[in-house]
Design a protein around this ligand. Structure first.
Ligand code: TQI
Ligand code: ZN
Length: 170
């Protein structure tokens, strides 16, 4: 079953259009940006929420960046594997990814086979966006919010459990 954070934090009712922006300190390719767009789309498909890419990092609801090691929020990254990314509950909007991971963007099987400790970016993004929106971890093994991911595997489809959780909140 899905869980929520203590106090059930969520984005307020009058904020159904949320903006997201990428840290201009690490320029990303259009291909990488499109992975995040798809990941947001999986959640907007099942809620009244809309996510729009903004050019303004300082004023966006959700801010996304890739960082290494200690990046100033008291939760340092740890190199390859271990912590892959973290996101904070509403209304923080902070979504940080460990730049030291071997992120796989295209998602095809060959890229997993040829990359050591490959981590699928879209799978992690869908999970972290769940946290950004207020979902904790789920006990349902197939769910996006289950607290384990297998390296070299892709898990991007919301399960009924994920949908029930997000539709409870929004
Ligand atoms: N990052 C953890 C996570 O997102 C951070 C975390 C630990 C956390 N406990 C939490 C966040 C409680 C919110 C609430 O779960 S991680 C997975 C998964 C991570 C883990 O780098 O370990 C995914 C990132 F679920 F597969 F284990 C992405 Cl998909
Ligand atoms: Zn998690």
């Amino acid at each position: 079953r899905y869980t929520l954070f203590p106090g059930e934090p969520r984005w307020p009712r009058n904020r159904r259009d949320l903006t997201y922006a990428f840290d201009p300190k690490n320029p990303l390719t259009e291909e990488v940006k499109s992975v995040f767009s798809r990941a947001f789309g999986r959640w907007s498909d099942v809620t009244a929420l809309n996510f729009t890419l903004s050019e303004s990092f300082s004023t966006s609801d959700i801010t996304i960046g890739f960082y290494t090691g200690d990046h100033g929020d008291g939760e340092p990254f740890d190199g390859v594997l271990g912590t892959l990314a973290h996101a904070f509950s509403p209304p923080s909007g902070k979504f940080h990814l460990d730049a030291d991971e071997n992120w796989v963007v295209s998602g095809d099987l060959d890229s997993f086979l040829s990359v050591t400790a490959a981590v699928d970016l879209e799978s992690v993004a869908v999970h972290e966006i769940g946290h950004l929106l207020g979902l904790g971890h789920s006990s349902v093994e197939e769910s996006i919010m289950y607290p384990t991911i297998t390296t070299g595997k892709r898990k991007v489809d919301l399960t009924n459990d994920d949908v029930e959780g997000i539709q409870y909140l929004y």
